[in-house]
Design a protein around this ligand. Sequence first.
Ligand SMILES: Nc1ncnc2c1ncn2[C@@H]1O[C@H](COP(=O)(O)OP(=O)(O)O)[C@@H](O)[C@H]1O
Ligand SMILES: [Mg+2]
Length: 236
Amino acid sequence: MSILPADKPLTPKSEPHNFFIYGATMSGKSYFASFFPHPLVLNTDGNSAMGTAPSIQIRNIRDTNGKLKQSAIEQLDKVVTELQQPRVTFQTVIVDVIDDICVMIEQAICISNGVSALSDIPYGKGYALFNTVLQQFVMDLKALPMNVIFISREIENTDEQTGRTETRPSLKTKYYNIVNGNCDLVIHTQKFGNDTYYRSVTDRRTEYQPENISDPKILRLLQSVKNMFPTKKSNK
Ligand SMILES: Nc1ncnc2c1ncn2[C@@H]1O[C@H](COP(=O)(O)OP(=O)(O)O)[C@@H](O)[C@H]1O
Ligand SMILES: [Mg+2]
């Protein structure tokens, strides 16, 4: 039998499963993500106020000699392997926050190579290793039959000349590209005043239609995000 697919157009997969959420601290990123079905949080800041969502604390732990007792890379690897088991009932994996996960991967590589920065590893091998680990992690998560949510903090960039300020994810651009290249939807969270929380889509893989979102819970969540669905033209 041929390994080639049939030569006919496919109906594109039009349901988002991989999300990237960024926003300022306390703008409602974790809060929003926690409403996705059956979440598991891979958490990096010990004081997560995620309420009821079960979580795993990801971190590097050193022994008294400065050697790695627990490596975040191995820990993530184990988590992914377990999530691949058929008995798993989680339906959403939340990486809160991916910025820290990247730093931890960097640290783990540096500690096990006895250097203080990736650039200290000769021939660019440190960076290559980093990219491989991050890429593998992101792709393994994407391959799971689950929703995946990457959360990132935001930074403000002020243009010196125009004085205009724009916000963007704090993840370094080359890491952002690896993560984001595997996401369907980018959502920006903002908080105005004391209690106005606002979320909007800032980037998407394709135009999504509400009728194609199979989980009603996720549909309701997405309907609370500005720009998510095309506004219907009225037929009046
Ligand atoms: N849409 C919302 N409605 C009401 N409270 C919210 C909303 N979003 C966030 N909050 C509250 O704001 C606080 C900060 O939200 P959180 O999601 O932890 O922020 P972030 O993860 O962006 O730092 C939490 O106490 C949360 O309960
Ligand atoms: Mg948070």
